[in-house]
Design a protein around this ligand. Structure first.
Ligand code: SF4
Ligand code: SF4
Length: 164
């Protein structure tokens, strides 16, 4: 697949200012969703080399912003074509759930070009998500013993159900 850039909205067309500007880029390194709003640029990157296409990120995304790619049986594909796709880019809220629950650390987020660690995420800071000592396909281990809340339980259900 050749490098591509897809603009999902035209943020400066005529007299209308339709922010944020949302685009997806595909190249050998990553599939990247980028949202620009005023002075803030947020990016979500799926690294081509590191991603194993396990689709755990698709299963946990609370906004259904990620999906499995549609592949035709028997048709040869590149790794880039097998990566999860941003099927509903306007729905992504950059919560970072996909990043936290990727077993292979293939997803990263940047704000204004600076990489975020999972502990920087509002969901982690506000303890809606616990710190995780292990993230595997279909299984996670929690650092805070006994941690629970409905949002986290829902995510765990998605992970375990899909790996059954
Ligand atoms: S969870 Fe990580 S390794 Fe699995 S498909 Fe998503 S980005 Fe790729
Ligand atoms: S950042 Fe949140 S909303 Fe966006 S794709 Fe990842 S899990 Fe879904």
């Amino acid at each position: 697949m050749k490098p591509q850039k897809i603009q999902f909205n035209e943020h400066c067309k005529g007299d209308n200012m339709n922010w944020p500007a949302i685009e997806e880029t595909l190249n050998e390194e990553s599939r990247t969703l980028k949202v620009e709003y005023m002075t803030k640029t947020t990016e979500l990157l799926v690294a081509t080399k590191t991603c194993t296409t396990c689709m755990q990120c698709v299963n946990v995304c609370p906004k259904n912003a990620l999906a499995r790619p549609i592949l035709v049986k028997g048709v040869k594909t590149t790794k880039l074509e097998r990566l999860p796709v941003f099927n509903k880019p306007l729905k992504c809220v950059f919560c970072g759930v996909c990043m936290v629950f990727c077993p292979y650390k293939a997803i990263s987020m940047k704000i204004n070009g600076n990489k975020l660690s999972s502990t920087d995420l509002p969901l982690m800071k506000s303890k809606i998500l616990p710190s995780l000592t292990t993230v595997k396909l279909g299984k996670v281990e929690v650092g805070d013993f006994g941690f629970t809340n409905p949002f986290f339980e829902r995510i765990i259900n998605c992970i375990t159900k899909k790996s059954d």
